[in-house]
Design a protein around this ligand. Structure first.
Ligand SMILES: *[C@@H]1O[C@H](CO)[C@@H](O)[C@H](O)[C@H]1NC(C)=O
Ligand SMILES: *[C@@H]1O[C@H](CO)[C@@H](O)[C@H](O)[C@H]1NC(C)=O
Ligand SMILES: *[C@@H]1O[C@H](CO)[C@@H](O)[C@H](O)[C@H]1NC(C)=O
Ligand SMILES: *[C@@H]1O[C@H](CO)[C@@H](O)[C@H](O)[C@H]1NC(C)=O
Ligand SMILES: *[C@@H]1O[C@H](CO)[C@@H](O)[C@H](O)[C@H]1NC(C)=O
Ligand SMILES: *[C@@H]1O[C@H](CO)[C@@H](O)[C@H](O)[C@H]1NC(C)=O
Ligand SMILES: *[C@@H]1O[C@H](CO)[C@@H](O)[C@H](O)[C@H]1NC(C)=O
Length: 495
């Protein structure tokens, strides 16, 4: 009887000692354990949660388009263009990742993004609203012709007059955005050699987003890391449309780096910018930390595009390689090179953080950081975006041309056409989940340390009260005391 009881006691003490040791190890290594559990969930491989959410996000995105109605085009260029903002024309956007292919050998995955849009009745306006904008087809043709010889340019000038093309075009929102409209110039462009159109694929219609609905080709093929190789984080850009660097720029500007926009690194700090590669802007953008705070119980750091990150001028020499020597205005991005040589410039809406000269060239620009900034608010430890607003404005560059009657007297300026806003804020249930993950991360070590103390006390009490036992006391307490500087225990003792 007595021998059996002491056997049980010895077993219990042995088990408690093991548990104490295990809990202690867990307490000491909690951060590492958490990190690997988290990584196994967020790395991109089939069947992880992150993967399923990523292939077909269930959260619908909103795509808001604001158009600028040019109301005094008759008196241009004597009067500054008066632009009235219309909208938002709101679309619900469904996004899917297709042609997802894993390349296990180099720890990467490649995919295309298919987006579809559905008009939302919450829009401030209808698809039948008529809007007057600068005629972009004409502006493009004249811009492309700027290096042609005098006679050919005169020919273009006469052709524009013959076709009855003016400075503006008036269309419904439906035609302007997704449906597109026909134009004789597009038919003529189809007959020209590709060199004159910058290699742009021939199209039958023109629309600001024509051909993008349900298309798999607009965004291009993206290859990002999966996070499977040790030391890598998921979602970092490796190549875009088979390019490992941007072919249009040189040096620093050609580099593709940072997140593909969907997965952020962990342990973000306020000291370093957040680097994101944005196919829409054809470039890597460094977003500057703006402020930090707490949102629904979670800490965040807000990174925003500033005049520095979105600059195209000599003020930031790092960016001068983007404008191939001709840096005119600050706070805008010349994307001509990656849009088949069309006169396209991107900026923040209402030229926020842009050169004042840009705003003064037109009436109706009212930049407001609350409405027009481009930012990512990210939970820094886990790298989860909590609140994102992606906004930019599309502008067309025009300049006087002595040989083209229509453009003889126009000023050199950027003409705002529209701006878009894509915003996502994670839902309350995701916030709750993230708060729980943070709690596990922050308190898990402490809980394990408590368990270690508990089991160690058990072992101590049982062995001390039973002097007859031959069981030799494991030096659990010594281990606990040997590492008094551990973070988890410091927390424990300060409780
Ligand atoms: C983030 O920091 C924690 C400690 O604060 C560390 O344990 C963890 O490994 C770090 N994670 C990464 C990805 O650097
Ligand atoms: C745009 O401006 C024109 C005047 O130039 C006006 O007739 C038209 O109604 C405006 N469009 C909208 C949707 O307000
Ligand atoms: C809706 O559009 C009109 C102009 O067309 C504008 O005056 C009004 O402020 C807009 N409303 C909202 C809620 O944006
Ligand atoms: C992508 O997948 C679709 C079918 O889902 C297929 O028709 C198409 O050829 C694929 N494209 C590429 C470039 O692999
Ligand atoms: C990864 O491997 C695939 C083929 O397995 C290759 O096509 C691709 O270019 C590689 N990517 C990088 C970044 O090396
Ligand atoms: C995009 O395509 C879908 C499906 O073909 C269609 O239902 C939707 O109306 C289209 N959206 C727009 C804005 O045309
Ligand atoms: C925009 O960039 C293109 C190509 O990089 C360049 O040829 C053009 O001169 C630039 N335009 C302006 C107005 O800076």
């Amino acid at each position: 009887m007595r021998g059996r009881a002491s056997l049980w006691r010895r077993l219990a003490v042995g088990a408690a000692a093991l548990l104490a040791a295990a809990a202690l190890v867990a307490a000491l290594c909690w951060n590492r354990i958490f990190e690997s559990a988290l990584n196994s969930q967020i790395k991109l491989s089939p069947n992880t949660r992150a993967y399923n959410d990523w292939v077909a996000p269930s959260v619908p995105l909103l795509f808001d388009v604001y158009l600028f109605n040019w109301t005094n085009s008759k008196s241009f260029p004597e009067e500054r263009p008066n632009l009235e903002q219309l909208g938002p024309y709101r679309f619900r956007e469904q996004r899917r990742h297709v042609n997802v292919t894993f390349h296990p050998g180099n720890g990467s995955v490649s995919y295309r993004t298919q987006r579809s849009w559905h008009f939302d009745e919450q829009s401030n306006g209808t698809m039948e609203d008529t809007v007057t904008i600068l005629n972009i087809i004409v502006a493009s043709a004249i811009y492309r012709a700027r290096h042609w010889d005098f006679l050919t340019q005169k020919g273009l000038s006469m052709m524009l007059a013959m076709l009855g093309h003016g400075l503006t075009t008036t269309r419904t929102v439906r035609e302007l955005l997704f449906e597109g409209f026909e134009d004789r110039l597009l038919d003529i462009a189809k007959t020209l050699p590709a060199s004159t159109t910058g290699g742009a694929p021939p199209v039958d219609r023109f629309g600001l987003f024509y051909g993008r609905n349900n298309s798999m080709d607009t965004e291009g093929r993206v290859e990002v890391t999966t996070g499977a190789l040790s030391g890598t984080i998921p979602g970092q850009i490796l190549s875009w449309d088979y390019h490992k660097s941007l072919p249009w720029y040189e040096g620093e500007c050609a580099k593709m780096q940072g997140s593909g926009g969907e997965f952020m690194p962990h342990n973000l700090t306020e000291e370093a910018p957040l680097t994101i590669f944005m196919p829409d802007l054809c470039r890597t953008v460094h977003m500057e930390p703006e402020r930090s705070g707490e949102m629904d119980g979670l800490p965040y750091i807000k990174y925003a595009m500033t005049d520095i990150s979105f600059d195209n001028s000599t003020r930031n020499p790092q960016n001068s390689c983007f404008c191939n020597g001709e840096c005119i205005w600050g706070g805008v991005m010349n994307v001509s090179a990656c849009r088949y040589g069309s006169p396209s410039f991107l900026s923040l809406p209402h030229f926020l953080h842009g050169d004042p000269e840009l705003r003064e060239a037109v009436q109706g620009m009212r930049p407001d950081p609350d409405l027009h900034s481009f930012y990512f608010a990210v939970e820094p430890r886990l790298g989860v975006p909590l609140d994102v607003a992606g906004r930019f404005q599309f502008n067309v560059y025009i300049e006087p041309n002595p040989y083209i009657a229509l453009y003889e007297k126009v000023p050199r300026m950027l003409f705002p056409i529209f701006w878009v806003e894509q915003s996502v804020k994670v839902s309350e249930s995701v916030f709750a989940e993230l708060r729980m993950v943070r709690a596990i991360l922050d308190w898990g070590g402490t809980v394990c340390a408590c368990a270690a103390i508990f089991f160690a006390s058990f072992v101590t009490i049982v062995t001390c009260c039973n002097k007859k036992s031959q069981y030799t006391k494991p030096p659990i307490q010594d281990i606990v005391c040997e590492k008094p500087k551990d973070e988890a225990e410091i927390k424990l003792y300060s409780m």
